[in-house]
Design a protein around this ligand. Structure first.
Ligand code: 13P
Length: 287
């Protein structure tokens, strides 16, 4: 099944596929172990920083090997790529299912132009493209500051603008902004499900993604899935699980230098978070 087939299935059967960012090998193992345990399709994704750390060829090999070894559907996505050139490099590799061209920093005409170029390159290889029009704020970290909701609201997606962007660019997945923000915050804003419903109404044939999935209460994520979200991106909560487990292990074993002896346990701490997300997203047993 292709990524398009998977998202169509998700749409029809009312679940979402988790798109989990990969910082390192423990997080990767945590994600795919959880997907295997839950018999769930899963997407692994690499931001420019994460992809730069692994190297494109290495990460593709790692994912291709895991597909064979774990025998579950592992989709591969380039997350938040800001340039056509970076998307082109991923598309040229065998193994990618999806590329996210994030032109939200560009003016709308430039964004459409770039997205269109990526769509032409990607579709020629059966790869789907995610586009982003409205800049999703925050960063995948633990934030101490409160969110100014009035400011955040200014970046929410507008259904009419979204329709124009999607029609002119030809993208397959639209990154909707409706109260979601990257990272975790002391107070998380509520998702605007009414707005999401309007966006889906304007884009009935386009897949919708929910970025900034960390820290959003499960019931709200499930309402968003009911309203049309088929892809939920999670990064910060995996980083927290990884870091906390690593710090704990180092604290308990101050004389241990063979750090990989903790790696399995650290990966399992990440895996527990991913298993919980898979349950929330309803993708358990769908592989
Ligand atoms: P979080 O860090 O909030 O989980 O967001 C991740 C994301 O949207 C990656 O594209």
């Amino acid at each position: 099944m292709t990524a398009r087939d998977w998202f169509e299935k998700a749409q029809k059967e009312n679940f979402a596929i988790g798109a989990f960012n990969v910082d390192n090998l423990e997080i990767f193992k945590g994600i795919i172990t959880a997907a295997k345990n839950k018999n769930s399709p899963v997407m692994v994704e690499f931001s420019p920083g994460e992809a730069g750390y692994f190297g494109l060829k290495n990460l593709v090999d790692m994912v291709v090997n895991a597909r064979e070894e774990y025998k579950i559907p592992i989709l591969l996505n380039l997350d938040h790529s800001k340039t056509v050139q970076d998307c082109r490099a991923a598309i040229a590799q065998p193994g990618f299912d999806d590329v996210h061209f994030d032109g939200s920093h560009l003016d709308v005409e430039e964004n459409i132009k770039g997205a269109k170029e990526v769509v032409a390159l990607a579709h020629a290889k059966g790869i789907i493209v995610e586009g982003e029009l409205d800049k999703l704020g925050g960063s995948s970290e633990v934030h101490d500051e409160e969110i100014d909701e009035a400011v955040l609201r200014q970046s929410y997606s507008d259904p009419k603008r979204a329709l124009r962007f999607v029609s002119e660019s030809g993208i397959d997945i639209f990154a909707a902004v409706f109260g979601n923000i990257h990272g975790t915050f002391p107070t998380q804003p509520d998702l605007d499900i009414a707005l999401l419903t309007q966006i889906k109404g304007a884009l009935p044939d386009t897949f919708l993604s929910l970025h900034g999935g960390s820290g959003i209460p499960a019931v709200q994520v499930q309402s968003a899935i009911k309203a049309g979200i088929v892809k939920v991106n999670i990064n910060t909560e995996l980083r927290i699980a990884y870091r906390d487990a690593l710090v704990e292990k180092l604290g308990e074993n101050p004389k241990e230098y063979k750090i990989y002896s903790f790696s399995e346990e650290i990966a399992m701490a990440v895996s527990a978070v991913v298993e919980n997300k898979i349950e929330v997203f309803g993708s358990s047993g769908k592989a």
